[in-house]
Design a protein around this ligand. Structure first.
Ligand SMILES: NC(=O)C1=CN([C@@H]2O[C@H](COP(=O)(O)OP(=O)(O)OC[C@H]3O[C@@H](n4cnc5c(N)ncnc54)[C@H](OP(=O)(O)O)[C@@H]3O)[C@@H](O)[C@H]2O)C=CC1
Ligand SMILES: O=C(CO)[C@H](O)[C@H](O)COP(=O)(O)O
Length: 294
């Protein structure tokens, strides 16, 4: 089976590191990014390890692959639209290893994923904080089912690639997790340290409460997010290392475009009338929109 991973940052490198432990006679792996390099270094629990997994310039690669993981940032999706034809065949399964919602139709055979991998790409190494898990919708997959079986039968691969019949709810929950922490870390330009401040906790809770209300009132998937989800999300944030940022925080710190269009803006756009007052969400979206104006 031929697997391509586009994106060799915090998420793509962890996927590549784990899948590279699958037997070569079952999986041929190609890791791609915007530029070529001979490998990458991951810092985990204070230890740096170099992995000699070649990163190819995506523009020099031709497929076709049976499975492609897209682990870029969402602004790259439009750039990849032209390239993807060279990398796929009629049955290629394209898995979005991305945060956010609203981009599923960019590729015809796109499969959404809920990504729980937390890390940060620095200049010469990638810091991995917690989790290595991707959840997919419960359905039959020609190639991905085979990959899941290979992972399950290889104890050296420490990666959870799961299917869940509860996928739609999990996806909204991950979106809400990102709306909460990504907004406040990006806009304060600070890491999870901000949750030492009671006012930041209160603000984040209000943002989550408003966003949950929007999701519950307007989603068309029959999803109900329990109001206790705010406590669950806050407990998750409190458990993060204080030095851990979010992908949106790192984007803002590096003065890059953010993924707000498919995260905060997606929830904001769900509102079809003014029956729900969402002052914190509205302010967050306005500030992130203003940040994008270059
Ligand atoms: N970081 C995190 O903790 C988490 C991130 N996510 C989500 O996962 C996705 C990936 O995030 P993350 O790994 O942090 O991102 P990074 O910024 O660390 O890495 C992005 C990678 O995509 C590559 N890339 C960007 N544009 C293109 C392009 N046009 N063609 C080919 N490659 C491209 C970059 O290439 P190059 O290296 O050459 O610059 C880089 O390797 C995002 O949607 C993010 O929100 C989800 C959960 C956690
Ligand atoms: O859920 C996570 C940890 O696994 C996320 O990494 C965390 O909530 C921050 O968001 P991002 O996905 O943008 O890094």
């Amino acid at each position: 089976m031929k697997i391509g991973i586009i994106g060799a940052g915090a998420v793509g490198s962890i996927i590549a590191r784990e899948f590279s432990r699958l037997p070569e006679n079952t999986v041929q792996l190609t890791l791609m990014a915007r530029s070529t390099r001979d490998g990458f270094t991951i810092l985990e629990q204070g230890v740096k390890t170099h992995h000699e997994i070649k990163v190819h310039d995506v523009n020099t690669v031709t497929g076709p692959f049976d499975i492609i993981f897209i682990a870029t940032k969402t602004p790259a999706l439009s750039v990849l639209q032209g390239k993807i034809r060279d990398l796929t065949h009629a049955d290629t399964e394209i898995i979005y290893a991305l945060n956010g919602m609203g981009y599923d139709d960019v590729f015809n055979s796109g499969i959404p994923g809920v990504v729980y991998i937390s890390g940060q790409q620095n200049d010469d190494y990638i810091e991995h904080f917690v989790n290595q898990k991707i959840i997919l919708p419960e359905q039959k997959y020609k190639y991905t089912d085979e990959l899941i079986a290979l992972i399950d039968n290889n104890p050296s691969v420490n990666f959870e690639l799961l299917k869940s019949s509860n996928f739609n709810k999990m996806r909204y929950e991950k979106l809400l997790i990102n709306v909460g922490i990504n907004s406040v870390t990006a806009l304060s330009k600070n890491t999870s340290k901000i949750f030492e401040d009671e006012r930041m906790v209160k603000l984040t809770r209000q943002l989550l409460d408003e966003s949950i209300e929007v999701v519950n009132q307007y989603n068309t998937d029959g999803i109900v997010i329990e109001h206790g989800f705010t406590d669950y999300a806050m407990d998750m944030y409190f458990s993060y290392p204080r030095s851990m940022g979010t992908s949106m925080y790192y984007d803002v710190m590096a003065n890059r475009a953010t993924e707000f269009k498919y995260i905060q803006q997606f929830i904001f756009d769900m509102k079809q009338d003014h029956s729900i007052k969402t002052p914190v969400l509205d302010t967050v979206v306005t500030l992130l929109q203003a940040y994008e104006k270059k």
